[in-house]
Ligand binder design. Sequence first.
Ligand code: 6PG
Length: 259
Amino acid sequence: MTHENFSQDYLYLNKPVFFDSDSYRLRCFDSHEKMSFAASKFMLDTVNDVLSKRENCFICLAGGNTPVKCYRSFAQDLHKSSSAARKGTIHFFLGDERIVPANHPDSNTKMVCDNLVVPLSSPNVVFHAPNTYLIDTAEIATDYECRIRGLLPIRDDMPQFDLIILGLGTDGHTASIFSDTLGDHEKKGWVLPVAKSLNRAHERITLSLSVINSAHQIMFLISGKEKHPVLDQVLRRNPAFAASKIQPSHDRLLYFVSN
Ligand code: 6PG
């Protein structure tokens, strides 16, 4: 299978398609539910692997709606698991957040609490939510960066997340990295403020491209045929799509895709 026929192959998704290229691994499923269960298992396997070697595991979560079923499935799977995951501590972070109160319907913190943290309600799980109540977005970004800097292992001057989960917008954004904000990611900084725009109702903060690309594993969760052509462009590394810039080495980049 080559790049050219990917859009044909997974646009008419009616069977699981697993494909490894020299720069990423693609896992296609014929339902959102099957994708979510597979992604939840990948999360649990990652946590078990890390906590069999270390006391702490660091996972950065995607916002939006796509990951909801995966997070709920993970909470159930972890409760049933008697493995290493039950002994160590899992530290959850958010890859981006809208600058709204934590109980706002658009809050990623609210989505993660409702679908993962509360269902887990485990002393082995710590959720480090951005503090959106500080003075302004720049302050919120600085505060979050300081907390990451104080908690995560650092290698080559970059924080080492064990797993970063990302979504994909129909405009090709991921986390809160948009084609019109890519320039901001050439500057230093691990967490960046993101201004409102015609397409963005709220100010936001986001992990920087360099932090995301430093993660040990990156897993995209992408559901909906309307996103398949966007993914096609991302897989072709079309620079017009921000998610094309997520380019760690191939064994660290996974795309989970469903109809
Ligand atoms: C955000 C998200 C964003 C999301 C994509 C996909 O805060 O907006 O982090 O990057 O992952 O927009 O969103 P859906 O999963 O809702 O389609």
